[in-house]
Ligand binder design. Structure first.
Ligand code: 13P
Length: 256
């Protein structure tokens, strides 16, 4: 099974819609067409930028998929400040990040909410990027696998194999996010392999082989190639380094 790599830029709360347009235009100028024939690229700007970037991608037929950073699990209702997955689908959003550690830690997103969002995102034809990862304390206590595989279990419970096969999982050790510390490629591979093995155990070999697993946490041009060389790492969820089109273009072109 060959899995198409997926490199995703999570801009978090950075770049207003003017800056977003400039960044995407510059990125397009820097990334050559051949590269995007073999690598999928998604860009996850803040909600207020989505319409501008959708228009740009559509008008210039850019080889980037539009992504969102989160959404609610209900289609509509009295949920002040929340964003419906229906609205995202209407904007041609293809990938939605779910359960990012910042949402879990700062905004109280639970495994159960993550599971409800995964269902809603798939119901509307989009692909969830489900984030999992351990804190430094959990890692030092030897609890990395318990934490990560527990998050995987609740995210996939009760789903059909085809739905699981189309998920993207992002392994993001929390201690590596925005800190400049990256898991070594061997460590990242070990956890990504355990994730795939867990999915194999819960489903079957074909389903586990189809799931794309990203690594996230201080990914940059200098470390992407080594991470991508690992057999169970199929992409990257890039934060800070995706804000700079020069750096992000180099990450996308990791194959040289
Ligand atoms: P950094 O690449 O800035 O460490 O962020 C990783 C991340 O959280 C992407 O979702």
């Amino acid at each position: 099974m060959t899995r198409t790599p997926l490199i995703s830029g999570n801009w978090k709360m950075h770049h207003n819609h003017f800056e977003a347009i400039q960044t995407v235009q510059k990125l397009h100028y820097l990334v050559d067409k051949e590269t995007t024939e073999s690598v999928d690229v998604s860009i996850h700007p803040p909600f207020t930028d989505l319409r501008s970037i959708q228009t740009l991608i559509d008008a210039d037929d850019l080889p980037f998929a539009l992504g969102a950073q989160h959404c609610h699990w209900e289609d509509k209702g009295a949920f002040t400040g929340e964003v419906s997955p229906v609205f995202l689908a209407k904007l041609d959003v293809k990938y939605v990040i779910v359960g990012h550690s910042e949402r879990r830690e700062l905004f109280g997103e639970t495994d159960e909410m993550v599971a409800a969002k995964v269902s809603a995102i798939q119901k509307h034809g989009m692909t969830p990027i489900v984030c999992v990862g351990e804190t430094l304390d959990e890692r030092e206590a030897g609890d990395t696998e318990d934490k990560v595989l527990g998050q995987i279990d609740t995210a996939v419970a009760g789903r059909a194999k085809a739905q699981i096969a189309s998920l993207v999982i992002a392994y993001e050790p929390i201690w590596a996010i925005g800190t400049g510390k990256t898991a070594t490629s061997d460590d990242a591979q070990t956890v990504c392999h355990s994730i795939r093995e867990r999915i194999r155990h819960l489903t079957d070999a074909a389903t586990a082989d189809a799931v794309r697993i990203q690594y996230g946490g201080s990914v940059k041009a200098a470390n992407i190639a080594e991470l991508m060389a690992q057999p169970d790492i199929d992409g990257a969820l890039v934060g800070g380094a995706s804000l700079d089109p020069d750096e992000f273009a180099k990450i996308i072109a990791y194959q040289g």
